[in-house]
Write a protein that binds this ligand. Structure first.
Ligand code: NAD
Length: 244
């Protein structure tokens, strides 16, 4: 049995994890931690912590996991550079799966996006459109950022310079080096992402639509089962799925 501790257990994703874990024969929930609870008090009873709390909480969760030699699955998004720096300090000590999106479909979208960018080449304009529910706090979504990183990697662009968030006013003609990123918010949308490759005379659109949080929860639980068997280091969902 792999014993998991969920941080952010009362949240939308935390509740999906608690419910989906019942379908995993080899997983047992050893602890549920939310705001006001003390992770340090229960961490010894788990093999792996699955964190879906908030970006600002993840560095302390990671530090505690490293101190207790527990594996970690990071699901939070919206990390600042400081958050990221703090988290990467622990990967020499423990195995960590860090993914902006745990769905198998989205990880297939990542793979397809890389392939399409390689095949279509620099003449195609690149735009990403994402939509999420009205309560989502960070924008653009972590998944949209991952898609943009993939596109920038293939085109050999610096994402900070290439990323173009929305357009307003006299924005001017589009530059070939732009990667447009657009965040739409409303209703109860679980997560939609479209990557547009547009050229004169034709357009390719790759779209993924999540209709249930269970898809992320099941992926994160699969990652938890996988990560406890790994050496210390930083892994992605592509590693878990063998998509690399
Ligand atoms: P949510 O606001 O519904 O839940 C977050 C929970 O964390 C809340 O219950 C909150 O009380 C709790 N929390 C806050 N501070 C805490 C602390 N110090 N210790 C423990 N718990 C604490 O949010 P959500 O929609 O469940 O999303 C949670 C995170 O997961 C967000 O960063 C979101 O972007 C991300 N997310 C990632 C994926 C993915 O596949 N990687 C999918 C969906 C959401």
């Amino acid at each position: 049995m792999t014993r998991i501790i969920i941080t952010g257990s009362k949240g939308r994703m935390g509740q999906a994890l608690v419910s989906c874990a019942k379908n995993f024969r080899k997983l047992e929930i050893a602890g549920q931690v939310d705001k006001g609870d003390d992770l340090a008090a229960v961490i010894a009873s788990g093999d792996v912590v699955v964190d879906f709390s908030a970006h600002s909480v993840t560095p302390e969760v990671a530090a505690l996991c490293a101190r207790h030699h527990k594996a970690l699955v990071i699901g939070t998004t919206g990390h600042t550079d400081t958050d990221k720096f703090e988290v990467t300090k622990v990967v020499a000590k423990i195995p960590v799966v860090w993914a902006s999106n745990f769905s198998t479909g989205v990880n297939t979208l990542f793979w397809l996006t890389r392939k399409a960018a390689e095949i279509l080449g620099p003449d195609f304009d690149l735009e990403i459109v994402e939509m999420h529910h009205r309560l989502k706090k960070d924008a653009p979504s972590g998944t949209a950022k991952s898609l943009a990183e993939i596109l920038a990697g293939v085109r050999k662009l610096h994402l900070n310079e290439a990323a173009w968030h929305g357009r307003a006013g006299i924005a001017g003609e589009r530059k070939q080096s732009e990667i447009g990123i657009h965040s739409v918010r409303g209703g109860d949308v679980v997560g939609d992402h479209t990557v547009i490759f547009a050229n004169t005379g034709e357009r390719v659109e790759l779209t993924h639509k999540a209709s249930s949080r269970d898809t992320f929860a099941n992926g994160a639980l699969r990652a938890a089962l996988w990560v406890v068997k790994q050496k210390p280091g930083l892994y992605t969902m592509q590693d878990v799925l063998g998509l690399k």
